[in-house]
Design a protein. Structure first.
Length: 87
């Protein structure tokens, strides 16, 4: 059984997102779900930053202009993606 430490319910949401970090560079990928405290981002391969890495993220393609850039921390790495906590 997995230890679930979530305080906010997750909502499925697939949208494009830009993740940037000096070690990873810029990666454009997609989200899987979102909550009040964070987001799960689909990421695989060598571009996956380790737990504790701080990244910036910006949702792409929203109507009405550019979304804000949000600072997040990698709190979970699993096959297929990473869990990011909003800072």
């Amino acid at each position: 059984m997995t230890d679930n430490k979530r305080h906010s319910p997750r909502t499925p949401m697939v949208t494009r997102i830009r993740i940037t970090n000096p070690q990873v560079g810029e990666v454009i990928t997609k989200t899987r779900d979102i909550s009040d405290s964070g987001v799960f981002v689909v990421m695989e391969g060598s571009d996956v930053p380790p737990i504790g890495t701080v990244v910036e993220g910006q949702v792409l393609g929203l109507p009405g202009g550019e979304a804000p850039i949000v600072t997040m921390e990698v709190v979970r790495v699993e096959p297929g993606g990473i869990g990011l906590k909003f800072l």
